[in-house]
Design a protein around this ligand. Sequence first.
Ligand SMILES: NC(=O)c1ccc[n+]([C@@H]2O[C@H](COP(=O)([O-])OP(=O)(O)OC[C@H]3O[C@@H](n4cnc5c(N)ncnc54)[C@H](OP(=O)(O)O)[C@@H]3O)[C@@H](O)[C@H]2O)c1
Length: 286
Amino acid sequence: MKGMGFMSGNNNQVVLLTGASSGIGKATAEWLMERGFRVYGTSRKAAGIMDGKPYKTSASGGFIEMIPLDVNSESSAENAVRTVLEREGSIDVLISNAGMGIAGSIEDTSIREAEKQFDVNFFGTLRMIRHVLPAMRKQGRGRIIVISSVAGLISIPYQSMYSASKYALEALVEALRHEVAPFGIKACLVEPGDTRTGFTSSRVIAEAAGEASPYYSRFRKSLDRMEQDEQNGVSPEKVARVIHGMIKRRNPPIRRAVGLGYKAILFLKRLLPSWLVEKLVGMLYA
Ligand SMILES: NC(=O)c1ccc[n+]([C@@H]2O[C@H](COP(=O)([O-])OP(=O)(O)OC[C@H]3O[C@@H](n4cnc5c(N)ncnc54)[C@H](OP(=O)(O)O)[C@@H]3O)[C@@H](O)[C@H]2O)c1
């Protein structure tokens, strides 16, 4: 099985998927396993590959193995990539999905909190990309799918650090696509909107964003709305289908929003004057 890669179409491709313990990552791992993919999912809580016994298998020959990874750690990222390469000889697809959100006004968010946000969402992805690229270049093929967000194209008040970390990912992938295309590597972004996952309960509130903050009531109103929208959002399986679509496409587009509503919003953002976009965002979240 070692190094089968793209030899058998979609089946048996080796996928390294970060943040596979919950939400979008978990749904994607299961979706791909059911379709024959050899999925190495990661979590900070995973103990490691257990004597070569997969965590889950499917009738189509796919499996999910869980391996430990903290995307904040350079050595952990390096180890996760090495583990998969030692097992499989190649990595066909990296899905950089691990992420979290910090909420609070800009004034209430400390530099340390902002750095933490970027360390997971932006530098976590950057670390994984840098560690898979040498192997993908040698293979002469590979696919890198970065999970961004609609907030990576429309900045959300009181979620500015999260939005900024996703905007940064958009910039990263726009450049990456050019740099890696000559080596047969294709990079793209998937932009979910509100999705029902553990993201809402894992959100970190900036320490200074409590009742004493002058922003408190407006912040709480905005956050309540955001949390409600997320919990009424689409299922993570819907995002998994879009991610699978980006693997199947011979030439994936640079970005794909999830769902017609968000596609329409992002299309309108390009057409409408900035003042109107600002007004609409303000009506929803300010
Ligand atoms: N839910 C939404 O509405 C929404 C909308 C747009 C974009 N997104 C994006 O979708 C991605 C997945 O989020 P989700 O909604 O599925 O949230 P989730 O249910 O909270 O899952 C987050 C995953 O990321 C992992 N993770 C968090 N911090 C990590 C770290 N330091 N190192 C390694 N893994 C880490 C978690 O694994 P462990 O805790 O087990 O390590 C978990 O598997 C994120 O990038 C998020 O920004 C979500």
